[in-house]
Design a protein around this ligand. Structure first.
Ligand SMILES: [Zn+2]
Length: 162
């Protein structure tokens, strides 16, 4: 017999409104637009001394701090081969072929990913969570899944097992 304990957190506070654009189909670049992105976390692991997999409130609060970094920001990819982002003074200057945008840096978040798809945002989110847990000296759970909903009913997930 194999047992698994799993906790899931998907709260109304784990929603961020943010702008982005992605490239697709070999080099088409979307127009700037936004979503109300929703975040859901799944953690699996053994029970601790409290008989928890993970404290729900701590999980919510840890996720909320990352959500707050994304909320009301323009999401910009710094690893894209097609969208070029440069920090110049207080501005993020962004180019794609002959198109150009400039955003106040403090209204952006520069993400070290190649495209601001829900999939890669989910992966970045998982790494940020684990970085925070590691810095706090916590053991990382055996399974972490971060899912991001970009549009109603359209979820992308990143799952990390160790
Ligand atoms: Zn979009």
């Amino acid at each position: 017999m194999k047992e698994t304990f799993r906790v899931e957190v998907s709260k109304d506070v784990l929603v961020f409104s943010a702008g982005h654009f992605i490239t697709f189909a070999g080099g088409i670049c979307e127009r700037v637009h936004g979503h109300n992105w929703r975040v859901k976390l799944v953690v699996e692991g053994p029970l601790d001394a409290n008989q928890y997999v993970f404290d729900f409130l701590a999980l919510r609060d840890d996720a909320k701090r990352i959500v707050d970094r994304l909320d009301h920001r323009m999401l910009l990819p710094t690893e894209s081969q097609l969208i070029h982002v440069a920090s110049i003074g207080k501005q993020a200057e962004v180019r794609f072929e002959d198109r150009f945008w400039s955003f106040p840096l403090e209204e952006t978040i520069l993400l070290p990913i190649s495209n601001t798809t829900a999939e890669l945002i989910a992966k970045w989110f998982a790494h940020e969570l684990e970085r925070e847990w590691t810095e706090r000296g916590m053991a990382l759970p055996p399974v972490l899944v971060v899912s991001i909903e970009e549009n109603f009913g359209q979820w992308a997930s990143y799952e990390r097992r160790r």
